[in-house]
Design a protein around this ligand. Sequence first.
Ligand code: ADP
Length: 220
Amino acid sequence: RAHALDGSVAVIGLGRFGSAVASSLLHLGHEVLGIDENPDLVQRWADRLTHVVQADGTATEALRQLGLQDFAHVVVGIGTDIEASVLTVLALEELGVPDIWAKATSTKHGRILERTGAHHVVYPEAAMGERVAHLVTGKMIDFIEFDDGFAIAKTRAPREAAGKTLSESALRTRHGVTIVGIKRGRRDFIYAKADTIVEDGDVLIVSGPTAQVERFSAVA
Ligand code: ADP
């Protein structure tokens, strides 16, 4: 039985997604219990995660013996096998796990996971595809959208802002976005202030409602 401390996380399914989640959690300083039914993967992760166990995530009793009910957070990284993914979420829900995260491969799969007891459903492929679409078509260098319609982007300064202070170019009133930070050349980002002058070629960190951020980042 793994010792589940507050803040420790279990990851079931150590495929590409689950193993990336598990190793990032480890870097962030959390204890991670990894579970996979595939012995090769269990062996591969054995000396990298805090504990790694070979088990079937759909087997409620096996999960109980591993102490999954004591984990504050459990991530289900099973995606391709929808039946196994759904039954694993169901088993965790039966154990009363308070925070279940699950990966979905389609919106239908995601809806089932929500009904089955997942508290958070993530769509890694769809989310990354959307992000890449933003990056390939515009001047955007990076883009993060929050689920409440708010976004932050890293983008090149539009020509209209060059040579002016932020209060002179009035980007907030004209475009509905707030400039958070500015980076010039190889220097570090600085916090944007009303009297900060934007120069041609500067990179901006822009925040605001998603549509406005997208529109602003398309302005030349
Ligand atoms: P990815 O695309 O992120 O690699 P996959 O769905 O291909 O995701 O991988 C899922 C992982 O989950 C695989 O390593 C597989 O062995 C594991 N897995 C699938 N079913 C179960 C199950 N019932 N119990 C435990 N692990 C499972």
